[in-house]
Ligand binder design. Structure first.
Ligand code: ASP
Ligand code: MG
Length: 436
């Protein structure tokens, strides 16, 4: 059985946790271990890149110093005979970051700086595996994880390059999540939180039988534990349900992760590094929810755009004109509802909002409203059954609902509310749908 195991930032966030990770991969006989950077690293590196763009030397040194100490403390606690090599690598990494800051090239240096977290973390961890007597080999992800001109991963190339590298049995291969090479051969990344996606793509590439995503919570919960007291882990769910929850806010999984595994029917298991014996969540193609309601998730920072136009009345081709504007500005639409003379749609990316608004104004009257939250209820939404929608809306009677999307799939009901009402909505849904 070939397994790919991915560990998030908290899982490798200290020497103590790295020891836990080593025990887990040994126990699971992981073929390939994909690591994020130690917790807090990527945030700090983003900050450093921003400061480098502003030439804020003193502040850069402060952030770098704190970050470096974190790695030095980890090395001192984790390593014995390999500590010196790890210290040298840390020195070299931090001088490289300083050099990138000094000659900062926007769009290039930031990518190099961001990659250092995963590179250093995986380097230190591999040394630890060697120190405890395991046969461990560190692989450089940008050698095989590449993206094309549209920033999409090159899955064939990954397969051809990675599979021959991970053939030896009883060997622990370690590599970096998140980072890649772009179509021009420069260091790049798959976007924040992208190491889950790396693991899924690598699992697909090497024909894995299972991909495991290890975090610090025991699986996907029925609701957001940050806002709701009583939540429980879902034992088994389908790829489609998991994708919907990940896309609409469940933080445990990067939304792109599911696709490669779904394409090949590779089960994805979500597990807890801090409690390895907890069952976690198993995601497979057959794991359809057995109850009407499976889980609730929420996604913030949603902007609604409403377009009123009498030109829409009895006309055809109007929606196409609207969608083309979003397409031109590479902005994807999450939710949409239409009436005879109006369309409401939501976006989570405001980068091109001004241009979009300007172009839409030629089609009708535009209204833009920020600070909204999408609440997604996932479950078995059988369209021949009655009472499901009523049950959901009943739970949130006191909360103004701005948009409703139901019927697009057999597994979700999606609502748009003001962000201020989010916590109350999640709590009420927990009580009303799960009797908690
Ligand atoms: N280290 C990266 C981030 O914090 C990638 C990841 O953890 O998935 O976004
Ligand atoms: Mg993550």
């Amino acid at each position: 059985m070939i397994k790919v195991l991915k560990f998030g930032g908290t899982s490798v966030g200290s020497a103590e946790n790295m020891r836990k990770v080593a025990a887990i991969i040994r126990n699971e006989k992981a073929r390939l271990t994909v690591l994020s950077a130690m917790s807090g690293t990527t945030d700090a590196l983003v900050r450093i890149s921003v400061l480098a763009g502003q030439r804020a030397g003193t502040e850069i040194r402060e952030v770098l110093q704190t970050l470096k100490e974190k790695y030095e403390t980890c090395i001192a606690d984790l390593l014995g005979e390999h500590a010196e090599v790890a210290r040298k690598k840390t020195e070299a990494t931090f001088s490289l970051i300083e050099n990138e800051c000094a000659g900062f090239q926007p769009g290039k240096s930031d990518k190099v700086i961001l990659a250092q977290g995963e590179l250093l973390t995986s380097y230190i961890f591999t040394l630890y595996l060697k120190e405890i007597g395991l046969r461990a080999i560190l692989l450089n992800a940008p050698d095989f994880m590449c993206t094309d001109a549209a920033h999409k991963p090159e899955r064939e190339k990954l397969k051809n390059r990675l599979s021959p590298l991970v053939r030896e049995p009883e060997t622990f291969y370690v590599t970096q999540g998140f980072i890649c090479t772009d179509c021009e051969g420069n260091l790049d990344n798959l976007g924040r939180g992208g190491s889950d996606y790396s693991a899924a793509l690598m699992g697909e590439a090497i024909g894995a039988n299972e991909v495991q995503i290890w975090t610090d919570i025991d699986g996907m919960h029925n609701n957001d534990p940050r806002y709701v007291d009583k939540t429980f882990p879902i034992r088994h769910m389908s790829f489609d349900e998991a994708a919907e929850l990940a896309y609409f806010g469940a933080k445990i999984l990067h939304p792109a992760t599911i696709q490669p595994c779904k394409d090949h029917g590779i089960p994805v298991r979500l597990k807890n590094t801090m409690d390895a014996r907890a069952e976690g969540t198993l995601i497979t193609s057959s794991g359809e929810a057995t109850s009407d309601f499976c889980a609730v998730a929420a996604k913030d920072n949603i902007t609604v755009i409403r377009i009123y136009s009498t030109r829409m009345l009895m006309a055809y081709g109007f929606l196409r004109m609207v969608f083309e504007i979003f397409e031109r500005h590479k902005t994807s639409i999450d939710m949409i509802t239409t009436s005879e003379v109006a369309i409401s749609l939501t976006v989570d990316n405001e980068e091109h909002l001004e241009e979009i608004e300007r172009e839409l104004a030629a089609l009708g009257t535009i209204e833009v409203e920020k600070d909204n939250t999408i609440v997604c209820v996932v479950g078995r939404m059988d369209h021949t059954q009655h009472g499901l929608v009523a049950k959901v809306l009943n739970c949130i009677q006191n909360i103004p609902v701005k948009m409703i999307s139901y019927g697009a799939s057999h597994r979700s009901l999606v609502l748009l509310i003001g962000t201020k009402a989010k916590v109350e909505a999640l709590q009420n849904l927990n009580r009303g749908l799960f009797n908690l």
